[in-house]
Design a protein around this ligand. Structure first.
Ligand code: SF4
Length: 481
């Protein structure tokens, strides 16, 4: 069942950015363009899944640093694990992930052998196994793995870590690859949440982005999951793609809420063709500009709110019973490389190509390509190639930015006191906030700054005012909306 027209466009006109479709009823949500928009709309800023962002990581942080950091961790603190599977059956044209398309399953099997070696090598650093609280499989398409391969990974994790009291195991899945046997296996292995890449239900949009998956296919995948012990489903949706309009995005949002996922992530498309060359193909179509994107975001947000979802930070939505909504309510919301989370572990171990690990003192990233990763594991048993040691001031700024991203407000004085810095350390930033205060994007009471709710999507721009790295990063970042 879908509300979208089922025809495919015979030709899609090409032109500069389309800002407004005046017939679209959702444009009214946006109001008039104002000078205030220029302060944030369309600005290029990081997504702040970490601070400093991964684009600021440097060479020179090695496996030796990683091993020393892990050896120094407190004995019984729970940790989180991330496993990266950088393979997909085909490449979606909007994709910004570190992945590659392959039809050769042995390529994946071979890679997995190296990941299992890395797991064992990391676990050997400690005599007693680390207790694990969260485990996440990301990609790529982790469900490219066969049931037997999932079994091997879980077996290795159980032998090398203490998995007896984990809180969550989540797996990103391509709905087109889901089978009944796969869901049964994941359910038996203890997976608690699956995240489905949905993006858009409109066949016209799907045709353009190279990802055809009908509403019925996603519905059937949800039914399989709901019939298993896996208790939670997340949908990833996207706006800012060619052929989308606020009305079409609202239709996709309506169809999504009919399937009642527990969580929804609503991401803006990041067009970075100089980094992700396949995205260049989308330039033959009209890419919506920042104002049109904001109207799309607002249209979907309205649908989710009316359907009873709680707004989490800038781009997540969750049912009131979901652990993310409860964490938000109880002030326990955090942000990590997967987005918003209720994971409170301060250590994350990353496995696989390009995966990032972190402690409270540093970030460590593995070699990016599967080939370089495999070569490093073959040679040294570890694959750390870059990262960042955090200074005291980095940690201060990280907490300000994370608090802002999670709660849309922050008491600067309190965070400075906690990190033993004078408030004067932030005098330039406080000055830079003034234009945003004057036009009502943020308000300030004493030393607490808060985003005005209609401007929650400006939070990345406000966070960037506290980012000391943003001016020296030459790697591109994406548009705020
Ligand atoms: S399935 Fe996901 S990771 Fe794979 S190409 Fe498509 S968007 Fe990228």
């Amino acid at each position: 069942m879908t509300g979208h027209a089922s025809f495919l466009p015979s030709a899609v006109p090409s032109s500069d950015e389309r800002e407004f479709d005046l017939d679209d009823p959702f444009i009214g949500l946006l109001g008039q363009k104002t000078g205030r928009d220029e302060l944030w709309l369309g600005k290029l800023v990081p997504r702040y899944t970490s601070y400093p962002p991964a684009t600021a990581f440097q060479e020179g942080v090695t496996a030796l640093d990683y091993k020393a950091a892990l050896a120094a961790l407190p004995a019984n603190d729970p940790i989180s694990l991330y496993l990266h599977i950088p393979f997909c059956q085909s490449l979606c044209l909007y994709c910004g992930c570190n992945t590659c398309a392959t039809q050769r399953h042995e390529r994946v099997t071979n890679y997995l052998g190296f990941v299992l070696r890395e797991i064992q090598n990391v676990a050997l650093i400690r005599e007693t196994p680390w207790p694990v609280s969260f485990l996440h499989f990301g990609g790529g398409s982790p469900n490219f793995l066969s049931e037997k391969e999932f079994g091997l990974v879980f077996d290795s994790l159980a032998r090398n870590f203490d998995m007896s009291s984990y809180q969550e195991i989540s797996v990103e899945m391509d709905p087109r690859l889901i089978t009944q046997a796969q869901i049964k296996t994941l359910s038996m292995l203890g997976v608690t949440r699956v995240s489905l890449g949905v993006q858009d239900f409109d066949p016209n949009v799907q045709h353009i982005i190279g990802r055809l998956q009908s509403y019925e296919l996603v519905k059937a995948a949800c039914a399989l999951i709901r019939n298993s012990e896996i208790r939670s489903i997340n949908f990833d949706l996207m706006y800012g793609l060619p052929m989308q309009s606020p009305t079409s995005v609202a239709e996709t949002a309506q169809e999504a809420v009919m399937l009642r996922p527990d969580r929804i992530s609503l991401f803006s498309y990041a067009h970075l063709p100089h980094v992700k060359k396949h995205q260049k193909v989308l330039e033959q179509y009209i890419l919506p500009g920042p104002h049109a994107c904001l109207a799309m975001e607002g249209a979907a947000r309205q649908v989710f709110k009316e359907a009873g979802y709680v707004e989490i930070g800038m781009d997540h939505f969750a049912l009131p019973s979901d652990s993310l909504s409860i964490a938000r309510q109880e002030g326990r919301l955090h942000r990590n490389f997967q987005g918003y989370t209720d994971d409170t572990a301060s250590t994350l171990l990353g496995f696989g190509a390009s995966s990032i690990g972190s402690t409270s003192m540093a970030y460590f990233q593995n070699a990016r390509s599967p080939e370089a990763y495999e070569e490093a594991i073959r040679k040294d048993g570890f694959a750390t190639t870059r990262g960042l040691r955090l200074s005291g001031e980095d940690r201060l700024r990280a907490e300000i930015i994370e608090t802002l991203m999670c709660t849309l407000c922050v008491n600067l004085e309190e965070v400075c006191r906690k990190h033993h810095y004078a408030l004067a350390t932030l005098s330039e930033e406080i000055e830079a906030l003034k234009p945003y205060e004057q036009c009502g994007i943020v308000s300030r009471q004493g030393n607490t700054i808060s985003l005005a709710l209609p401007y929650r999507m400006a939070v990345r721009v406000i966070a960037s005012l506290f980012d000391k790295t943003v001016r020296r990063i030459d790697t591109p970042v994406s548009r705020a909306v």
